[in-house]
Design a protein around this ligand. Structure first.
Ligand SMILES: *[C@@H]1O[C@H](CO)[C@@H](O)[C@H](O)[C@H]1NC(C)=O
Ligand SMILES: *[C@@H]1O[C@H](CO)[C@@H](O)[C@H](O)[C@H]1NC(C)=O
Ligand SMILES: *[C@@H]1O[C@H](CO)[C@@H](O)[C@H](O)[C@H]1NC(C)=O
Ligand SMILES: *[C@@H]1O[C@H](CO)[C@@H](O)[C@H](O)[C@H]1NC(C)=O
Ligand SMILES: *[C@@H]1O[C@H](CO)[C@@H](O)[C@H](O)[C@H]1NC(C)=O
Ligand SMILES: *[C@@H]1O[C@H](CO)[C@@H](O)[C@H](O)[C@H]1NC(C)=O
Ligand SMILES: *[C@@H]1O[C@H](CO)[C@@H](O)[C@H](O)[C@H]1NC(C)=O
Ligand SMILES: *[C@@H]1O[C@H](CO)[C@@H](O)[C@H](O)[C@H]1NC(C)=O
Length: 828
């Protein structure tokens, strides 16, 4: 069927790659990727976007995701986690721990405090698959676990269980528990309920979490009680516990002890709720009524299988590790954010509530665009949640975890995410008028505390048209740094706002925000030079530089905080100092995603631009382990050299993104890295906020992406793939010589979002060398300053019509197709 479009001009080529056959993709998901070496990936059992996440926690210095595959010690088994985050370790609340018996058959013979109880695990015992995690401790305890949406289920299996004891500790990974945590242990049933207050891992405020733990064993309950510090008692069943005098939370919690079970097992079911322990119990009872581990595990497998359905790639001539890299990347994009709908105590509403947007500065770049392709209804719920958060808290979230505001890193990144969804026609009950009001507020009103939301420096921004270094800002407070990266990011945010304004017909706003999206130019110092640490000139002149309020230039070495900066400088959220965030001026020089044409002109034309971009990558200035690097891999497209983007991505995948525990180059950041891998390997990389996907050679001979919105399947077929790939070669070679789209010759080096929703067919023909394909002026992706000619050039085809009803959308809303920036926006 799909070969019908094979055009005559390709008839002499080898037969078109076959459509990928269906197969079990879960075999290619390895949750252990990125669980060592700072990837901080959550390795345990979770449903897609699940709130409950079960894993063994460790004492590793990289235990942000709980488990670290680095030979550290297990401190407990807990039920709430984030994935891939930096900051302090997140969540990990109410860990369980277990013993087959207590020394001397005395409860005090069991070891309760975290530091004393931690135990080495047997590295070979670790097994992780979607919805399942299992591990063996050197003490002989084997534990496996699975999860429902708000409840986890653990199976403790003892080699010899005389009188097994399981206890729950009122703590978390960061030892952040605040005063007066409570636990009650039911003497008859062993049920434990309670609540404690904790701190978020990269944000402000506190959150309360409640639990409801039930236990099951073939032999009956022997006794139960509470412990405090290293001592326990079966006489006491209620505990309220404070922090110690040194501010460190005292160990304390509840225990249950069983008679000797014939099968050596004790099961623990832990319900969680941010509302109350009653709700934690009802979550547990409804989600896991019967402690049926196999059934629950199968449910998780089914849910993950369903989520992975939209994408299939051909397995012809690829190494299985390539498939593992790809599908595991996809998997990680759906572990976080977390769906806390029904679990939000902060306000009551009918809107969905999502959390663990950790942080949007990371995820706007490719994770949200990726999810918009494969799970648009989930993205719509996330966006509705962001808008509802703004309604109640005044501001769109920028980083959010554990019901708290996280720290802003630069711009107001929800603006980019809303614009991306808007131009891609996401409707699904999103109130775009409110969404627009929310992004506009980011641009117009300064919050009192802009370290948690919104933007700072707006007085200067509006009067001077840049963020000054050492700004005078009396309206609000935040870390007064990052003036360069904030200027660049605010500029892009305003472009994003203009994207939505255009669709909503607010032409004055379009003009205003497009104009201020050009403020990045105001920090460009054309005579600024750059020298390597050894004093040699880089040979490039013209960089962004800090500028004072009075218009005088400041100075920051363009290589400061680059990968090759040897000074030990840190560019984070300090109160004084760095004018870029987590990156160098060198790398930030390329952050003008909306007007690459203007940037290329500023840098002296395409050839000089390409040479500068090569220098960035070849000299290791860029740090591929952090998100600002993502788009730099692909920006050759804008200079008419798409083959160089293909070559470049092959230098990073799989060498820097390998399907191994140590395989990630930095924090996965809630799946941001996973989405970079997934979209790069598909051969279509997004420029977020725009209906633009840059074409590179996929890592597969065939890729099928079925739009959950329209049910149509977009296909990519690579001719001559076998010549340039083998099952032993994980990178591939070969470059695009020619292409067809729906059977017509196609020379543009990008496609728009219709490619997916209309199920188009892209055929790429490979040859050995770079070709002239995609290099002409008319082949380039759109840029703001060249939009008028490009709009004509790139979108001769009209949309099938306004008001196309997207299938399966809740409120039956019309897709916001007229919202597209360059695609068919004319005449509306
Ligand atoms: C495990 O714990 C022991 C005892 O505290 C400690 O010596 C060891 O360094 C820990 N292992 C790791 C990898 O942290
Ligand atoms: C429990 O452990 C025993 C011995 O280590 C093993 O034979 C058995 O398969 C385990 N059972 C489960 C359900 O893991
Ligand atoms: C904790 O409880 C004690 C005793 O009831 C009380 O004095 C104290 O104020 C409480 N602390 C907090 C932070 O609620
Ligand atoms: C989020 O949770 C709610 C309530 O359980 C559910 O109705 C909704 O389908 C979930 N959304 C996603 C994307 O899983
Ligand atoms: C502008 O302000 C900076 C920082 O206060 C100062 O160093 C510089 O001399 C000022 N320039 C002029 C022209 O006043
Ligand atoms: C690039 O930088 C990384 C991180 O600083 C370092 O580990 C690596 O060795 C460098 N590579 C080269 C080729 O210099
Ligand atoms: C290539 O892979 C195949 C299948 O995995 C294997 O049999 C063969 O030995 C490999 N060849 C080389 C040169 O590594
Ligand atoms: C491909 O490029 C190489 C060097 O870059 C050159 O030697 C060779 O002739 C080229 N092959 C073709 C078919 O153009």
């Amino acid at each position: 069927m799909r070969s019908l479009y094979l055009p005559l001009l390709l008839a002499s080529s080898r037969a078109l790659a076959a459509a990928p056959k269906d197969y079990d993709v879960l075999q290619y998901i390895d949750p252990l990727i990125g669980t060592a070496n700072g990837g901080n990936v959550f390795a345990g059992a979770s449903l897609p976007y699940g709130m409950a996440k079960a894993v063994a926690d460790t004492d590793s210095e990289s235990n942000q995701g709980g488990f670290a595959y680095d030979g550290s010690n297990v401190t407990g088994f807990s039920s709430m986690h984030d994935s891939g985050t930096g900051g302090s370790p997140s969540l990990g609340n109410f860990p369980l721990f277990a013993y087959p018996e207590c020394a001397g058959d005395d409860v005090d013979g069991c070891v309760f405090p975290k530091l004393a109880r931690k135990t080495k695990y047997t590295p070979g015992s670790v097994k992780a698959t979607p919805g399942y995690f299992s591990i063996g401790l050197e003490s002989g305890v084997n534990v496996d676990m699975t999860a429902a949406q708000h409840t986890t289920l653990f199976r403790f299996n003892f080699t010899k269980a005389t009188s097994p004891l399981v206890f729950l500790d009122l703590t978390d990974l960061s030892d952040s528990r605040q005063d007066n945590a409570t636990i009650s242990v039911n003497e008859k049933t062993g049920r434990m309920t309670g609540t404690a207050k904790f701190l978020p891992s990269f944000g402000s405020g506190t959150y309360d979490l409640s639990f409801c733990a039930d236990f099951k064993s073939s032999a009956g309950l022997r006794d139960s009680g509470i412990f405090v510090d290293a001592r326990a008692s079966a006489e006491v069943h209620d505990l309220k516990i404070s922090r110690g005098i040194n501010g460190y939370p005292l160990p304390g919690g509840g225990f249950v002890r069983f008679k000797s079970p014939s099968d050596g097992q004790v099961q623990a079911r832990v319900g969680l709720s941010f509302i109350s322990s009653d709700q934690a119990c009802s979550n547990a009872e409804s989600e896991i009524p019967d402690f049926d581990f196999e059934k629950l595990h199968q449910d998780a497998i089914d849910q993950w299988t369903e989520k992975l359905k939209p994408i299939r790639v051909s397995r012809n001539v690829v190494h299985p590790s390539v498939l593992t890299n790809f599908y595991s990347g996809i998997y990680r994009t759906m572990v976080n954010p977390q769906n806390y709908t029904g679990e939000n105590p902060l306000w009551s509403s009918e809107e969905p509530y999502f959390d663990s947007f950790y942080c949007l500065w990371d995820s706007f770049r490719s994770q949200f665009p990726f999810l918009t392709l494969v799970d648009p209804s989930a993205v719509a719920e996330m966006i509705r949640s962001m808008i509802e958060t703004q309604r109640h808290l005044g501001w769109l979230p920028d980083c959010r975890m554990s019901l708290c505001k996280g720290y802003t890193q630069g711009g107001s990144n929800a603006d980019n995410i809303l614009a991306d969804a808007y131009v891609k026609g996401l409707a699904n009950g999103i109130n775009w008028d409110d969404g627009y009001a929310a992004v506009k507020k980011d641009a117009e009103e300064e919050p009192f505390d802009w370290s948690n939301e919104g933007r700072g420096g707006l007085v200067s921004w509006k009067s001077k048209n840049y963020i000054p270094v050492e700004d005078f800002d009396y309206l609000g407070f935040g870390t007064m740094t990052r003036s360069i990266s904030r200027t660049l990011e605010y500029s892009y945010n305003n472009f994003a706002i203009a994207q939505i304004a255009r669709g909503l017909g607010k032409s004055a706003d379009v003009e205003k925000y497009e104009e201020s999206s050009g403020y990045w130019k105001n920090l460009y110092k054309k005579d600024q030079e750059s020298f390597l640490p050894n004093g040699k000139p880089t040979g490039y002149t013209g960089f962004f530089q800090p500028k004072y309020l009075n218009g005088t230039w400041g100075y920051q070495d363009p290589l400061k905080c680059s990968n090759i900066d040897t000074s030990g400088a840190i560019c984070s959220l300090q109160n004084t100092g760095p004018e870029t965030f987590e990156s160098s001026i060198w790398e930030y020089s390329f952050f003008v995603p909306h007007d690459m044409a203007a940037l290329i002109t500023l840098f002296g034309g395409p050839a000089k631009f390409v040479s500068r971009l090569d220098y960035l990558h070849d000299n290791n200035i860029t740090y591929i382990g952090n998100e600002p690097a993502f788009l730099t891999v692909y920006q050759y497209h804008y200079a008419g050299r798409p083959a160089k983007s293909t070559a470049r991505v092959r230098t990073y995948i799989p060498d820097f993104f390998a399907p191994t525990p140590t395989g990630l180059p930095g924090n996965d950041d809630s799946g941001a890295m996973g989405s970079f891998v997934a979209m790069s390997m598909m051969g279509l990389f997004p420029n977020p906020g725009q209906s633009v996907y840059l074409i590179t050679v996929p890592f597969f001979e065939a890729v099928d992406i079925t739009s959950p919105v329209t049910g149509k399947t977009a296909t990519i077929r690579v001719l001559n793939f076998e010549k340039f790939n083998s099952a032993n070669n994980t990178g591939g070679s070969g470059f695009i010589q020619s292409a067809t789209l729906n059977g017509e010759p196609y020379t543009k080096n990008w496609v728009d979002h219709d490619f997916f929703t209309e199920g188009k067919s892209l055929v790429l023909v490979l040859g050995k060398n770079e070709s002239s394909w995609g290099t002409g002026p008319g082949d380039l992706p759109p840029s703001l300053s060249t939009q008028s000619s490009q709009a004509e050039l790139f979108h001769p085809h009209a949309f099938s019509g306004e008001g196309v009803e997207y299938k399966g959308v809740g409120a039956g809303q019309h897709a916001a197709r007229h919202g597209r920036r360059w695609s068919g926006g004319h005449g509306h």
